[in-house]
Design a protein around this ligand. Structure first.
Ligand code: GLY
Length: 413
């Protein structure tokens, strides 16, 4: 197949890597410094030019990795242009595009989620914070690149955060409306599935390390590391997730008349009784969850994505390696806030015991330099989590650039 991957991060690099390993001809937009021979220099928001490129190259399958183009309706436009594209249309992508919409969806379809109140004014926010006794999570309604979720455990924090979002427009249009919900305690887990409109195929469960600092302190990020599958997950947890969250999600979408083809990513919290609660939905692969899964995939994943995009997902199961996978995100110091870029990255070309997936990097002369907050993801396999973790951290230590930052506690929960 000729495949076009749309998206600029390490997630898209890992998808392209998996497709190349399965023998496909792969292109990626925009440029990814890790895939110089496959990269096409088109702006990710220039949908017309991406379509024109896909038509010229007679692309068989477009895989859209990131949420921004999905929320802008890239799939609708591409389908109209006659392309086969894996990803939800604009209406279906609301599952990620509006937290308030997703919470109401869960409520309608008996999907367990924390009690919540949608607020547009500080008066409403104050009342909601009091109602939930100050232990709340505050979320921007729209997308904010993984940065729009704040866990608060006292009233001052919660009021300050609501003020920043509603009054100071911290995330612009995305935080004009916020969701305030009761905080649920437990263990977080990411459950993803490929959906063809009616059927689904569950992907391996992954544990994401979301905060910037170790021991789950500090601000939320897009994810600083991941493990697939964490040792503490057992079959009964997996069954509960599938029956009470994933299959109800598909049934709900079908009942609501929403045609969903693409990835559904359910961000979950498992409570003390190991019952799953839905924290949020995303309409695409997770990052770094995707990188962590791709190294375990032992099948031609692109064929599954193509059949899902055609509404014909088969019942056969995708084959995954029994090995454990660990990913570590290398970031620029300061991320998820401000950071410096343009520093030469060394040491990564010698790594052979792990995969190096590029995100915020670019080619400058003969060098690769930093060009973003999330610079690269290092992903390694091992027979045990310990072994995968060792391979991943050994590789991380070979890489050097000014202001490199990563968590040292990935795969230690
Ligand atoms: N790792 C979290 C996300 O992709 O949203």
């Amino acid at each position: 197949m000729d495949i076009l991957v749309v998206g600029a991060g390490a997630r898209e690099h890992s998808l392209a890597w998996q497709f190349i390993h399965s023998g496909h001809t792969v292109w990626i937009v925009p440029e990814n410094a890790g895939l110089p021979l496959h990269s096409v220099d088109i702006n990710i928001n220039d949908i017309e030019q991406i379509i024109s490129f896909a038509q010229t190259k007679k692309i068989d399958l477009v895989v859209v990795g990131s949420e921004e183009p999905l929320l802008l309706g890239i799939v609708d436009v591409m389908k109209k242009a006659g392309l086969c594209v894996f990803g939800p249309n604009k209406e279906a992508a609301q599952i990620e595009g509006s937290k308030a919409w997703a919470k109401a969806f869960c409520h309608r379809h008996d999907i367990k989620t924390a009690p919540f109140i949608v607020c547009t004014t500080m008066k409403e926010a104050r009342d909601a914070i009091d109602y939930f006794d100050c232990s709340v999570v505050i979320k921007a309604d729209g997308v904010a690149r993984g940065k729009g979720v704040f866990v608060c455990d006292n009233k001052d924090d919660a009021l300050h955060q609501a003020f920043l979002m509603l009054e100071k427009k911290q995330f612009g249009q995305a935080s004009m409306r916020i969701v305030i919900e009761k905080r649920i305690f437990g263990k977080e887990l990411s459950a993803l599935m490929i959906v063809d409109g009616e059927r689904y195929q569950m992907l391996p469960l992954v544990e994401d390390y979301k905060t910037i600092e170790e021991q789950d302190n500090g601000k939320n990020t897009g994810g600083m590391g991941a493990v697939s599958t964490p040792q503490w997950v057992n079959q009964s947890m997996s069954t509960a997730i599938e029956t009470t969250i994933l299959s109800r999600t598909i049934e709900g979408l079908v009942k609501d008349g929403i045609h969903y083809q693409g990835i559904i990513y359910a961000g979950l919290m498992l409570d003390k009784d190991n019952q799953p609660w839905l924290l949020e939905y995303n309409c695409r692969f997770g990052d770094p969850e995707c990188q962590t899964m791709m190294v375990r995939c032992q099948d031609d994943l692109a064929q599954w994505l193509q059949t899902a995009a055609q509404g014909a997902l088969c019942q056969k199961m995708i084959r995954w390696s029994d090995e454990m996978a660990v990913s570590i995100v290398l970031a620029s110091k300061g991320y998820p806030d401000d950071y410096e870029s343009g520093y030469v990255i060394s040491g990564f070309e010698q790594i052979d015991s792990a995969c190096v997936f590029h995100a915020g990097t670019k080619r400058q002369g003969d060098c690769i330099v930093t060009a973003g907050g999330r610079v690269m993801t290092i992903t390694a396999l091992g027979k045990t989590t310990e072994e995968a973790k060792k391979h991943a951290y050994d590789a991380v230590e070979m890489i050097d650039f000014n202001d490199v930052y990563y968590r040292n506690d990935i795969a230690t929960r």
